[in-house]
Ligand binder design. Structure first.
Ligand code: SF4
Ligand code: SF4
Length: 301
């Protein structure tokens, strides 16, 4: 199946970022050049897993005539490998990068939650936690794909080390939640504090369904991320694509805070009530810290 959605490039492959970096007379974005050794080690981990994304399929295929039972087994396997959230959907062209061919019928999203408590240790600790989780997701997706191939079905892992699919439309379709105003998908338990590993496969699996639980209506009146974004990059108004409401982040306003300086910026997610609600004491302590160093602090209209 060939993809129809243009991929948002990352790093210096992103034309908006590249032109801003070059306008500063630099070769690379300060945020990336200043990567600490711990962060670099996680990046190396997913890069080394890239060669194991796909592989030979066991010619002895197990029975695949119980998609519901098989879905339960695959979810249990993903959890055993360390996932906190697992969902399954039928792969559709808009979930695949424009022009890329993914010859599979199903997508399995196996996600790991981040530790919100890291906000108290500063922006670098929040970023290191994100990279740790990305690396863990790469390991889970690699092992889950290998497990499915050992059952006699083609399977490919998609993660930061290499991917042809897009996480957000898959997250939506498997029922993880709805897109928030800050541009990330919001889950009712984990907020936006989770990262993806994805496996595509032909193993017949029962599908999950999209689930809405009022996030987008809440965002209409919340605005905490918008009011606290240091770059004023989060819009008031939304657009609709594929019938889904989305708020588009202004990258030229976001990048001066999230890419063009050394410190990470994750503030829009760190202040979101869906992220904060299970960590009220940590959030209060986090606000005090930020106020002391002169940041805007969460407020609503
Ligand atoms: S902070 Fe509020 S407006 Fe922003 S994404 Fe979270 S719930 Fe929506
Ligand atoms: S990462 Fe920072 S600058 Fe970018 S949208 Fe979020 S809060 Fe704003």
């Amino acid at each position: 199946m060939r993809g129809t959605t243009p991929r948002r490039e990352q790093g210096m492959a992103d034309p908006v970022l590249a032109s801003m970096v070059h306008a500063m007379g630099l070769e690379s974005a300060p945020h990336y050049s200043a990567a600490k050794p711990g962060i670099q080690a996680y990046r190396n981990r997913w890069a080394e897993l890239a060669k194991f994304r796909d592989g030979p399929v066991n010619p002895q295929r197990i029975e695949g005539n119980d998609p519901a039972g098989m879905a339960r087994q695959i979810k249990a396997k993903a959890m055993e490998l360390g996932a906190d959230l697992v969902g399954i959907c039928r792969l559709q062209p808009h979930m695949i990068d424009l022009g890329k061919d993914v010859p599979h019928e199903f997508a399995i999203a196996a996600c790991v939650a981040e530790d919100y408590e890291k906000v108290l240790l500063g922006a670098d600790a929040v970023e290191e936690e994100a990279m740790r989780v990305y690396a863990k997701c790469a390991e889970i997706a690699t092992d889950l794909a290998a497990h499915i191939r050992s059952c006699g079905y083609p399977a490919r892992a998609h993660h930061n080390g290499g991917r042809e699919v897009q996480a957000i439309p898959i997250f939506y379709q498997v029922g993880f939640g709805e897109l928030g105003r800050h541009g990330s998908l919001i889950h009712e338990k984990y907020g936006s504090s989770f990262r993806p590993g994805i496996v595509t496969t032909d193993l017949p699996l029962a599908e999950d369904r999209p689930r809405e639980f009022g996030v987008q209506d809440f965002c209409l009146n919340c605005n905490v991320c918008r009011l606290n974004c240091p770059g004023d990059a989060i819009p008031d108004d939304y657009v609709r694509t594929h019938g889904i409401k989305r708020w588009l982040i202004d990258l030229e306003k976001c990048y001066p805070y999230s890419r063009l300086r050394e410190e990470y910026c994750h503030l829009c997610v760190d202040v979101c009530p869906y992220n904060v609600k299970s960590h009220p004491d940590t959030f209060r302590a986090f606000l005090k810290q930020r106020k002391k160093v002169g940041y805007k602090t969460p407020q609503s209209r």
